[in-house]
Design a protein around this ligand. Structure first.
Ligand SMILES: NC(=O)c1ccc[n+]([C@@H]2O[C@H](COP(=O)([O-])OP(=O)(O)OC[C@H]3O[C@@H](n4cnc5c(N)ncnc54)[C@H](OP(=O)(O)O)[C@@H]3O)[C@@H](O)[C@H]2O)c1
Length: 252
């Protein structure tokens, strides 16, 4: 059975990826900063599969270069190939750019750009050589709307994934950008964001996002959007004039 590595596996969308992949019988490498959460999760995941699976805990802060290197080394290890790499770890910043801490802006770039690029770069050669593999980059619908560093990072993640998809699809490797809308996780609470003004119909469930992502990855798509409303919103953001999208986003 194949092995999947999931970053940010301890909660939210990453946890959902880990659980669904475990139930499908994949061996797992789970990555996040908090070892205790990962160790408890490893026991839960191993019990979820009807066939025996191995769950490896790799505690690492992806913003710390030497810890990121340990994940790079794991993905480059040809003796223990990873078949599915889910770049999911991430965070947001509540304050607008002009009032935020520069360290928070940098952290987002370190985890959601630098780490995604480094981990993808580490795994692509092996996948191409084996003629199989999947890279799943969790981006956001925000990547199609101009809202600060976060949306610029997600625009990078989507464009990067589409580009890599085109580069390696003929080698049997699939790359997909997953673009969720508002999803119920710890994301907003961790960033100190108040979300009470977001109506309940706008919220997605993490399992729904992940099921759609895995379905679209299997079909060889280069991006995935869960939920009809977000499919429509994503479509509008891509086809409407940029000035209109910017105006609507600013009004929100
Ligand atoms: N929730 C939404 O509405 C939404 C919408 C669109 C896109 N997304 C994207 O979905 C992805 C997952 O977010 P989520 O909503 O599931 O958030 P979440 O519930 O807050 O989970 C974030 C995960 O990332 C890990 N993480 C954070 N900083 C890390 C670091 N420096 N090194 C390693 N791991 C780190 C966290 O674990 P530790 O704290 O243990 O490290 C946790 O497992 C993100 O890329 C986010 O941008 C979310």
């Amino acid at each position: 059975m194949s092995t999947a590595l999931v970053t940010g596996a301890s909660t939210g969308i990453g946890l959902s990826f880990a659980r669904i992949l475990a139930t499908r019988g994949h061996d797992l490498v789970i990555v996040a900063r908090h070892r205790d959460r990962l160790e408890a999760l490893a026991i839960e995941l191993a019990a979820m599969s009807s066939t025996p699976i191995s769950v490896e805990v790799l505690a690492a802060d992806l913003a710390a270069p030497e810890q990121l290197q340990r994940v790079v080394d794991r993905l480059s290890d040809v003796t223990r190939p990873v078949d599915i790499c889910v770049n999911n770890a991430g965070m947001g910043v509540r304050e607008p750019f002009g009032r935020s801490a520069v360290e928070d802006e940098q952290l987002m770039i370190d985890v959601m750009v630098t780490a995604v690029m480094r981990l993808s770069h580490a795994i692509v050669p092996g996948m191409v050589a084996r003629g199989t593999g999947a890279i799943i980059n969790v981006s956001s619908i925000a990547g199609w709307m101009p809202t600060g560093t976060y949306s610029a990072i997600k625009a990078w993640a989507t464009t990067f994934s589409e580009s890599l998809h085109n580069e390696v699809k003929q080698d049997g490797v699939s790359v997909i950008a997953v673009c969720p809308g508002y999803t119920r996780t710890e994301f907003h609470q961790r960033a100190g964001m108040t979300m009470s003004s977001v109506p309940s119909w706008m919220w997605l469930d993490a399992d729904e996002v992940v099921a759609q992502a895995l379905k679209d990855a299997r079909k060889g798509k280069s991006w995935s959007v869960a939920g009809r409303k977000y499919k429509a919103m994503g479509w509008a953001a891509r086809v409407l004039p940029r000035s209109v999208v910017a105006k609507v986003t600013a009004a929100r």
